[in-house]
Design a protein around this ligand. Structure first.
Ligand SMILES: [Zn+2]
Ligand SMILES: [Zn+2]
Length: 339
């Protein structure tokens, strides 16, 4: 193994057009106690990476390497790392540490742990030739899904699944999906496989076509009213002004789940029109490892597939630029072309 590797780090957060990412040569990281060293094969590009690069999220680690949808191969084990062997295919996702002792962890809500830490924000992630992950937070990947197709499932898929559960659509119910990028198109597949009627509301001709191809009952613009009242809705677009729009589209007792880690400010809500009749507004925060395993099982069982656009790792900033501009449907995936 080489002693150094190439990695993209956030030199200083700035609008992506101004080039906040910088390609650097760094030592290959040493896996710490309980950690795996992972040779990156692919890394999905998540909107959160854009928020990290642009500074919408506060800096948790200076010069952090983004990327938290990694499919790779175990290259070495740190002291006491268990459950994996060198050569195993492994998935590295967003959540990488919880304390296991707080009241949230003890009641099965480790996504709310105040001591949680995240790949590509608190620790260096997958926009690099190598990364590390605590073995206890690494995912074992089922065979049969390729490295490119799998990457977006690891954050976009898992978070979308958690958001779908937060939206609490009853069996046979009607779900509205606002925004139709990486996470949404995976979430829609699970909802459809479970017999839910899906209405997609999004900008972008191509995204609407993809929604209909996947089996959505309708696809329209984000400001349009869906053809029938919704039992649940998920807001994937990071646009706070869609919150009242989506709340008004809910039927009595409907739930709106906001899936993003970042949302522009919401306008004032009009109680009678947007919240009364027990409509609920909920946020979605990360996921538990149990959510992750449940989604990966469902995805394998129902053949959930990411629509992907490949970029070489050497062109990671282009992928982020194109994500911001909405230039591709589905999810971008970086393929390690360095090693
Ligand atoms: Zn905790
Ligand atoms: Zn993500």
């Amino acid at each position: 193994m080489a002693a150094t590797m190439r990695a993209w780090e956030v030199a200083a957060p700035a609008p992506i057009e101004d080039g906040p990412l910088r390609l650097v040569e760094r030592p290959v990281p040493e896996p710490g106690a309980g950690e795996l060293l992972v040779h990156v094969r692919t890394c999905g590009v998540c909107r959160t990476d854009l928020h990290v690069a642009e500074g919408d999220l506060p800096v948790h680690r200076t010069h952090v390497v983004p990327g938290h949808e990694v499919v790779g191969e175990v290259a070495a084990l740190g002291a006491g790392a268990e459950g994996f062997a060198v050569g195993d295919r492994v998935g590295v996702a967003w959540l990488r540490h919880t304390d296991g002792t707080c009241k949230f962890c003890r009641r099965g809500a480790e996504n709310l742990c105040p001591d949680s830490r995240y790949t590509g924000w608190d620790a260096d992630g997958g926009y690099a030739e190598y990364t590390t992950v605590p073995a206890a937070f690494a995912y074992r990947l089922p065979p049969g899904v390729g490295d490119v197709a799998f990457a977006p499932l690891l954050c976009a898929g898992i978070i979308g699944h958690h958001a779908l559960r937060r939206a609490a659509v009853p069996p046979g119910g009607r779900l509205g999906i606002y925004g139709f990028g990486g996470s949404a198109h995976l979430c829609a597949q699970v909802a459809l496989a479970q017999g839910t009627t899906v209405h997609v509301l999004t900008r972008g001709e191509e995204a609407r076509r993809l929604a209909l191809d996947l089996g959505a009952a309708s696809a329209a613009g984000p400001a349009d009213a869906p053809p029938e009242p919704l039992d649940g809705a998920i807001l994937f677009a990071p646009a706070g002004d869609l919150v009242p729009v989506a709340l008004r589209a809910l039927d009595r007792g409907g739930v709106l789940a906001v899936a993003g880690i970042h949302l522009s400010d919401t306008p004032p809500l009009v109680y009678e029109r947007e919240l009364f009749y027990e409509r609920e507004l909920r946020s979605v925060t990360s996921n538990t490892r149990a959510d992750g395993r449940e989604f990966l099982d469902l995805a394998a069982r129902h053949g959930v597939r990411a629509t992907t656009t490949e970029y070489p790792l050497s062109r990671a900033p282009d992928a982020l630029n194109d994500l911001k501009a909405g230039r591709f449907p589905g999810a971008a995936v970086l393929v390690n072309d360095f090693s």
